[in-house]
Ligand binder design. Structure first.
Ligand SMILES: *[C@@H]1O[C@H](CO)[C@@H](O)[C@H](O)[C@H]1NC(C)=O
Ligand SMILES: *[C@@H]1O[C@H](CO)[C@@H](O)[C@H](O)[C@H]1NC(C)=O
Ligand SMILES: *[C@@H]1O[C@H](CO)[C@@H](O)[C@H](O)[C@H]1NC(C)=O
Ligand SMILES: *[C@@H]1O[C@H](CO)[C@@H](O)[C@H](O)[C@H]1NC(C)=O
Ligand SMILES: *[C@@H]1O[C@H](CO)[C@@H](O)[C@H](O)[C@H]1NC(C)=O
Length: 279
């Protein structure tokens, strides 16, 4: 944040100079929307007709006026791209790390598509990011811990993907995080306390944020699936221990019977001895 502000002040100071020389522009100082969107488009696999408004000419000037854009799904503010909303748009391919060049991006919603590959770690350099919705895709790999650098994040929705590995505990440091959903993935290990409980011990995100990850465990998920044990395994263990205690009880009973038989035998022996002596 401080660095961004410093750069901004520096850029404002440079502005009269740059308009003279035409070499340095605002966009180059704080990212580059054209580079960002061009890179994003290049990494996608599109069918004919999808994103047809994303022409080379339109990409050169992503924002028309101060708030409009001729690119479908792109929102502008003060002549800069601040939202990319392309949910359920039939997009395939991967998410380009060049999205990091849309430096003023606040909303990235590319949910409900067919995107594959990883969540690029360097979208974490988007310091104004508020909403991140990548849900309902086929994304793989880890959840980048670097996302914890996006201090304004309110929403991280990654549900229904193929993400694996541990949930980074650093994400719990995001003070403004209101919605966190990683359900329906392949995540494993314990749920970080920073996400399950607040500093006061009150629950932060409930089980619905974490469910349907077979190898994920810990509060707030129900105990039945703790340690990744399936119901079948738990029932099996229950039956086996029941059988064991039956065997132990039976053995003990046999031993006791034998001991008491010995006792009887000994007494009978004494009795017959006594009877013999009394004769
Ligand atoms: C995309 O999401 C917005 C709000 O989240 C919703 O209003 C819109 O209907 C969605 N678009 C599609 C194509 O599902
Ligand atoms: C993001 O990472 C890619 C490679 O992983 C790199 O080429 C690109 O320059 C990075 N972009 C920014 C803005 O950091
Ligand atoms: C993210 O997108 C999905 C599908 O497009 C939608 O159902 C969900 O409500 C969105 N998440 C948030 C937090 O808005
Ligand atoms: C988290 O909160 C729950 C419910 O208040 C509580 O049962 C649990 O012990 C807490 N866990 C930790 C480690 O604080
Ligand atoms: C879990 O939290 C979500 C939103 O935070 C809420 O809509 C849902 O009702 C909660 N579920 C339970 C079982 O408490």
């Amino acid at each position: 944040m401080h660095l961004q502000e410093a750069i901004l002040i520096f850029a404002v100071m440079l502005l009269p100079l740059s308009t003279l020389t035409g070499k340095v522009t605002f966009a180059q100082v704080l990212g580059d929307d054209t580079l960002c969107l061009q890179g994003f488009l290049d990494a996608l696999e599109l069918k004919d007709g999808d994103l047809s408004s994303w022409t080379e000419t339109a990409l050169k000037i992503p924002c028309t006026g101060t708030s409009g854009s001729s690119l479908s799904g792109v929102g502008c503010n003060n002549n800069r791209v601040y939202s990319i909303t392309l949910n359920a748009s039939d997009l395939g391919g991967t998410i380009s790390p060049s999205l990091a060049s849309c430096a003023l991006l606040e909303t990235l919603d590319i949910s409900s598509n067919h995107l594959t590959g990883a969540v690029p770690a360097n979208i974490s350099t988007l310091s104004y990011l508020v909403n991140l919705n990548l849900s309902n895709n086929h994304l793989e790999g880890n959840i980048p811990a670097e996302l914890s650098m996006c201090a304004y994040l309110n929403v991280i929705d990654l549900h229904a993907n193929r993400l694996s590995g541990l949930i980074p505990g650093q994400l719990g440091l995001l003070q403004r995080l209101k919605t966190f959903d990683v359900s329906d993935n392949k995540l494993s290990g314990p749920i970080p306390l920073t996400l399950s409980n607040t500093s006061t011990g009150a629950p932060r995100f409930n089980a619905s944020s974490f469910e349907r990850n077979p190898d994920l465990y810990g509060y707030p998920l129900p105990l039945e699936t703790a340690g990744g044990l399936s119901i079948v395994a738990i029932v099996g263990i229950g039956l086996a221990s029941g059988l064991m205690s039956l065997i132990v009880t039976f053995t003990a009973a046999c031993v006791w019977l034998r001991v008491s038989e010995h006792g009887y035998a000994a007494q009978e022996g004494k009795i017959s001895q006594l009877m013999a002596e009394s004769r």
